[in-house]
Design a protein around this ligand. Structure first.
Ligand SMILES: *Cc1c(COP(=O)(O)O)cnc(C)c1O
Length: 384
């Protein structure tokens, strides 16, 4: 069977976890957390980073940092994971959803300006599949209307917009190291502080609202409660695991890109025949091989294709449901139709994608899809 995802281990994880244990300190901000911070700050020129327990938590930190108040509005794509917006809703924000683009599931930057009001506080971008949003347009709007930009860069490690690392462009950005992402620690995340005004407060919010970090640096002689906050910092055991991954990022990325290109080349004929759509990369975006997806013609066709692939013991996965139509938010949404978001919700299908995916398995996946479309007319008729 070919599963959708399989976590990849580089081989050094348990050794580093043992080293963390030997150090005598396994709570947050130990030696491996510092190594991870240093890695990300150096490699991507991020001004300041903090590991967090998840990307969800990093987003919650971002929401506190930009001081979201009840009644504030944030603009977000509807085709995204709940965490992108939950963090802001938790602090009382109203989400104004923007539709996806025709070319790819990213927010359509041309549709943002019409949604900005005097209550708008932030634009939350999601670089779907690690492929950049139109950040020049988005940052120009943010400057014009004095808004914050938070990049939900959960998919976007080691990907770039016009040469700039994703996660380095917005005021704040958040990454995920969940086991379905490129670089993993089971659960885990990171907040990137690009606007230095937020650095000091981020450190406090992450440490339960205390100035404990300043105390450990000897800057204050006792630490206490100075702000709101929570426990957003991960154990150094998680950082030890993560460091074994980041050290091997070039190998991981090279392998994933090879798989991605193999899929693309093998499926290109189907796109040229007009049967499916493949991921679209604008000129300004790089590909970090976070996922490989195809876009089918209809929900019905996608259901049949999934059924067909499962019969071949292959387990692809559809992705988000439009958040503006979710059980939780549909009554709070302003009623606008977002047809492209719905289209990706119905028609996008993610193919099995992981470091250890073998060439022969990629072939099986491609053959299964190709055969489905060869027999598509029969498949659709038979099933009636
Ligand atoms: C995975 C993901 C998250 C959540 O990440 P966690 O680390 O699991 O909290 C948030 N946003 C997007 C777009 C994601 O894909």
């Amino acid at each position: 069977m070919i599963p959708f995802n399989r976590p990849h281990f580089t081989g050094k994880e348990s050794e580093y976890i043992q080293q963390a244990m030997n150090s005598g300190k396994i709570s947050g901000d130990g030696i491996f957390t510092k190594k991870c911070h240093q890695f990300f700050e150096q490699r991507y020129s991020f001004k300041k980073v903090f590991l967090t327990t998840s990307c969800t938590d990093a987003l919650e930190m971002a929401s506190i940092l930009i001081d979201i108040q009840p009644g504030d509005e944030v603009i977000s794509p509807s085709y995204t994971f709940v965490s992108t917006v939950n963090a802001f809703v938790l602090r009382g924000a109203k989400v104004i959803f923007v539709d996806s683009s025709v070319e790819n599931p990213n927010m359509d930057a041309n549709k943002i300006e019409g949604l900005i009001t005097s209550k708008t506080k932030a634009i939350i971008t999601v670089h779907y599949a690690g492929i950049a949003c139109d950040m020049t347009k988005i940052m120009d709007l943010a400057n014009k209307y004095n808004l914050f930009v938070v990049e939900d860069a959960a998919h976007s490690v080691d990907s770039f917009y016009n040469g700039k690392p994703l996660g380095s462009i917005g005021h704040l950005s958040t990454f995920s190291f969940h086991e379905t992402k490129n670089i993993i620690s089971g659960e885990g995340g990171m907040i990137v502080i690009n606007d230095e005004r937020f650095s000091k407060r981020a450190e406090i919010i992450r440490e339960k609202g205390t100035n404990r970090s300043a105390f450990f640096r000897g800057e204050v002689d006792k630490y206490g409660w100075v702000d709101i906050g929570s426990s957003f910092l991960p154990s150094d055991l998680i950082a030890a695991f993560l460091f074994a991954q980041v050290e091997n990022i070039d190998d991981i990325q090279q392998k994933r890109k090879k798989i991605w290109n193999t899929y693309r080349n093998a499926l290109l004929p189907l796109e040229e025949e007009g049967k499916i759509k493949l991921p679209f990369l604008p000129d300004y975006a790089t590909n970090n091989a976070h996922m490989f997806y195809i876009v089918c013609d209809s929900l019905e066709e996608r259901e049949k294709l999934i059924h067909h692939m499962k019969a071949n013991d292959i387990y692809p996965a559809f992705h988000y449901l439009s958040l503006h139509k979710s059980q939780f938010y549909k009554d709070k949404h302003d009623g606008r139709e977002l047809p492209l978001s719905d289209r990706y919700a119905d028609c996008l299908l993610r193919l099995p994608f992981y470091y250890d995916l073998k060439d022969e398995d990629i072939n099986k996946v491609v053959n299964s899809i190709t055969n489905f479309y060869k027999n598509k007319v029969q498949n659709l008729l038979l099933s009636r």
